[in-house]
Design a protein. Sequence first.
Length: 262
Amino acid sequence: MTKKEAVVAAGILLLFGGITAVATASHSWGTYHWGRTANPFTLKLGDNVSSKWDATLGTTATDWSLSDALDTVVATGNTDPRRCKGTNGRVEVCSAKYGFNGWLGIAQIWITGDHITKGVTKVNDSYFDTPTYNTPAWRNLVMCQEVGHTLGLDHQDEDFYNTPLGTCMDYSADPTPNQHPNQHDYDMLAQIYAHLDSVNTVSLLSAASRALLGNGQSSDLDLNHPSAWGKIVRKDAHGRSSLHERDLGRGEKVFTFVIWVR
């Protein structure tokens, strides 16, 4: 099945799922995107996960590659999973026991101007090793959602108890119908990446691209704990933070998206 055929099929499923009203809403987060000079572009997902997560990471990479705007490919990891430091020009995906701190998964994205320069996705094995969350459905939902944030997507809904929207970009108490992107996710990526840039922050090869790199302050930050995530930008339907922003100075920021345990 081609990308286009897969997207059409996803749209048919969305239509008959009775959730077409959602498709009119925007769920990009701001104007943030990877800088690139051509489409589609390829974004590496660094594999810093245990064997329990390898199949899930592969599924997520395949799912997001159905977008006509980009491809995500699994690559060798460049970081210690516990610290999970970002690497310029790619996304590092990590799994570790980060503790019973309340979060299942987080996505952290470094921004200079409107451009994403690096990202990390973390999944918390302290919870995923418990019977409640140690299921393929929960693993697929959280991995897919956190990687989706690093592409420039926001949540479609932030109420765990609303009717599932059939997308991993939806908070849900039932992960089964929300394990993969839907048509609206692919449409949003097409909108986000409809224009081209003069810099390429994916590969960071040119001098102009390297000028967008941060000031280096972020390299030693331990961003596993909420106290390090900066100010709360938004709360979900249950009053818990869903997006944080930390200003690193000199034009560089790091945003943290979080999905909490129910």
